[in-house]
Design a binder for this molecule. Structure first.
Ligand code: TTP
Ligand code: MG
Length: 416
């Protein structure tokens, strides 16, 4: 490939979002011009269905004008709680494709897909899968742009609307932008676009060819340089996922309160195995490890650490967790033990092996065990020391029941 994809950024934006939700919930509105906005004539249009847009109705237009343009439109008042609910579902779908999702509004997000071709296929296939997953989860259409920068991906999703899917390969990005009007430059509102036109610059190609110093002198500040970079398809901005909020965790409420350090470590190892396996399965590495303990009198305590290098290795997670234990100043006893990996980022499948030089061998072993477990079921392979040093009261079959505890492990359980 002459021009490899150094980065893969997806921009996804729902079509006529509020109006599409109204048409979804009320089938009698489907195929008809729908305007979402206040019923009073002094209000504005929040959005219009594509049927209404053919009459020239658009967002932010005064309602009176919308009525004049499209007298047959059905006006529906907004239901923000419902849009928020669907938005959450959409963002969850995006989260299934990448640990790094940057929502821009209720219906729109960047999704960092660099390194994910091994899992989801080439950029076009990624886009198709994201569109299909959103449709399956919500019944709604999303337009998707795929490019190697945020700016080009955003323009691509918009140009493809409605129900679009447009992939702009890195080598084609400048040519794709070239014929578009300057109003398509990100950050160029009506005023800036007007000034660019007054300078004789109509298309993005005109801006790309202009001298950036001359542009900056005319526009003031760094704006000229900024637009010149965008026009040349250069945009180094990263997709900013809410890293802190996303984590993969495993915790369990114990059958008897725990005081003993060895027993605590045994549970941390089981959690590290669970978390490590899930990270490796999704080709995700974590830079942070958090240990959570709950005391017998229901106080939640946690300690966390940022690792020198991100990891998906059970062994590294376990070691970091064990190092955190002395930092709890509460002597216990404890009724719940949990481990979570946070600050997640995607790694290429082959990078799992290259990731940390000194962890390569255990990681290879762990991935071999993952493969065996996929074939023969969980618990098919056990560590010898685990079998020998099983804590009291725990028989082997119980372990996997405990492991499945996950979500509601916080709920108080009767003690034996
Ligand atoms: P957009 O994504 O800008 O618009 P859209 O989804 O309705 O249509 P499309 O993307 O296909 O062009 O905005 C998302 C929602 O945000 C939109 O449905 C309504 C709301 N919104 C407002 O409330 N006021 C506004 O001025 C705009 C532009 C949108
Ligand atoms: Mg939209």
């Amino acid at each position: 490939m002459a021009h490899a994809w150094d980065r893969i950024v997806v921009h996804a934006d729902m079509d006529a979002f509020y109006a599409a939700v109204e048409q979804l919930d009320d089938p009698s509105l489907r195929g008809r011009p729908v305007i979402v906005g206040g019923r009073e004539r002094r209000g504005v249009v929040l959005t219009a269905s594509y049927e209404a847009r053919t009459f020239g109705v658009g967002s932010a237009m005064p309602m009176a004008r919308a009525h004049a343009l499209c007298p047959g439109a059905v006006v529906v008042p907004p239901r923000f709680a419902r849009y928020t609910e669907i938005s959450r579902r959409i963002m969850d779908v995006f989260g299934d494709f990448s640990p790094i999702v940057e929502p821009l509004s209720l219906d729109e997000a960047f999704i960092e897909m660099t390194g994910a071709t091994g899992i989801f296929g080439e950029p076009l296939l990624m886009g198709m899968k994201i569109k299909a997953a959103v449709r399956e989860a919500t019944g709604l259409a999303v337009s998707v742009g795929v490019a190697s920068t945020k700016y080009v991906a955003k323009v691509a999703s918009d140009v493809g609307k409605p129900d679009g899917l447009l992939v702009v390969a890195p080598a084609d990005a400048i040519g794709f932008l070239a014929p578009l009007p300057v109003s398509r430059l990100w950050g160029a509102g009506a005023v800036v676009a007007g000034r660019l036109r007054a300078l004789g610059l109509e298309t993005i190609a005109d801006v790309a060819r202009a001298d950036p110093a001359w542009l900056s002198a005319r526009l003031g500040g760094h704006a000229g340089g900024h637009f010149h970079e965008l026009a040349n398809a250069r945009d180094p901005r990263r997709v900013e996922g809410d890293r802190g909020a996303r984590s993969v965790g495993s915790e369990r409420t114990l059958e008897h309160d725990l005081r003993d350090g060895a027993e605590l470590r045994w549970h941390l190892r089981r959690s590290a195995e669970d978390v490590g396996r899930r990270l490796r399965k999704k080709s995700i590495a974590a830079a942070g490890v958090r240990v959570k303990l709950k005391t017998h009198d229901f106080r939640s305590l946690s300690r966390q650490v940022l690792l020198e290098a991100p990891t998906c290795s059970t062994r590294s997670l376990y070691r970091a967790a064990v190092d955190l234990v002395p930092r709890f100043d509460d002597p216990g006893p404890f009724r719940l033990v949990g481990l979570a990996a946070y600050d997640l980022r995607r790694v290429l499948p082959y990078q799992l092996d290259l990731f940390e030089q000194d962890e390569v061998r255990p990681l290879r072993l762990e991935r071999a065990v993952d493969a065996l477990e996929r074939r023969f079921g969980p618990g098919a392979v056990r560590r010898a020391d685990e079998l020998l040093h099983r804590p009291r009261g725990q028989r082997a079959p119980d372990m996997d029941l405990l492991r499945a505890g996950g979500e509601d492990a916080d709920a108080p359980r009767p003690r034996r």
